[in-house]
Ligand binder design. Structure first.
Ligand code: PLV
Length: 323
């Protein structure tokens, strides 16, 4: 575990950052920050544990969180370690095995709503008692603050400054924390490619419109990127930093998960596959041709992870109609 410096129970792993030989072959050097290795399976553990530890210091006695799955796992794991009860609200689209994993960590699970935003509205109605704290998975300064050290670690781990950073966007909390981390690391001029799948492109739409856009529905299989509206802070970051939103298809995101499993022997879900597809589906040269990116010798990909994946689901390509 990394040293938080405050003598507190530290719930975050200093994850490896590796140079991927298979992904770099015939391309630029690809560096992978392996956030999938956090104990609950995703980067969420960073921001959520930071938020929850602060909340407990301020008197929180129960957590309620609406989640596509991974934030719920992070809250459940953190609550278990801090010995605080937690209730996790999942939309109907979250697989049952994820709900069971959350229950195994000792949290109560309720299924409510067909999309995360509906689950979150319901979660907010459950926090009337004093001491009960609503955990927002992406829209809170403590969550962003908790994500940002992943970049400071990476700065120490990489032999060079990357020419571009690739990260996935759901509600925009990860992107906001990554950019904050990049500013602390002095990477102010390094562009970010913000990856989404078609059918979950609330960030790309917002950046194009110059204001928050609410999608009518999430049609992508990358349900953990499925937040109808991104947080305002992530949109604001696009006016302060070079951020290029980019889309891949569901099939490209799922194929990226399969290739990554072959290349690195690790399973991640399509929300993370979207970022890996920036390499596997050659999004970087596409952005270079469009004049957005200059010379690229090294790319840092945030491997955000995700637990809503099994070998069976990958083999069935997440139910996609394969042509
Ligand atoms: N997942 C959220 C929102 O889901 C959740 O409740 O778990 N990669 C993975 C593996 C994720 O689980 C998420 C978000 C993201 C990327 C996107 O992070 P964000 O929301 O901070 O942009 C509906």
């Amino acid at each position: 575990m990394a040293d938080s410096g405050d003598g507190d129970l530290d719930l975050v792993i200093r994850t490896p950052c590796i140079n991927s030989i298979p992904m770099s072959k015939g391309r630029y050097s690809v560096y992978l920050k392996l956030e999938n290795l956090q104990i609950p399976g995703s980067f969420k553990q960073r921001g959520i544990s930071h938020f929850c530890k602060k909340a407990v210091k301020n008197g929180a006695t129960r957590f309620v969180c609406a989640s596509g799955g991974n934030a719920g796992l992070a809250v459940a794991y953190t609550a278990h370690c801090l010995k605080v009860p937690a209730t996790i609200i999942l939309p109907t689209t979250t697989p049952e095995f994820v709900a069971n994993r959350i229950r195994d960590m000792g949290a109560i699970v309720e299924v409510h709503g067909d999309v995360w935003d509906e689950s979150n509205e319901y979660a907010q109605t459950l926090t009337k008692d004093s001491g009960c704290v609503h955990v927002h998975p992406s829209d809170h300064p403590d969550v962003w603050e908790g994500h940002s050290p992943m970049i400071l670690e990476t700065k120490e781990q990489m032999p060079c400054q990357p020419d571009v950073v690739v990260t996935s966007v759901g509600g925009g909390g990860l992107l906001t924390g990554v950019v904050q981390g990049m500013w602390k690391a002095g990477w102010n001029d390094v562009p970010v490619v913000a990856m989404e799948t078609e059918g979950a492109e609330s960030y790309k739409k917002a950046v194009e419109a110059g204001k928050l856009v609410t999608l009518p529905a999430i049609t992508s299989v990358a349900k953990c990127l499925g937040t109808l509206t991104v947080c305002a802070a992530s949109l604001e970051k696009s006016t302060q930093h070079k951020i290029y939103p980019a889309l891949v298809t569901d099939e490209q995101a799922v194929d990226a998960c399969i290739k990554f499993a072959d290349d690195h022997r690790m399973l991640v879900q399509p929300a993370c596959g979207a970022s890996l597809a920036a390499v596997y589906s050659e999004v970087i040269p596409r952005l270079q041709k469009e004049g957005k990116l200059g010379v690229v010798n090294s790319v840092l990909v945030i491997v955000c992870g995700g637990s809503a994946v099994t070998i069976d689901r990958l083999q069935q390509k997440f139910g996609l109609q394969v042509v």
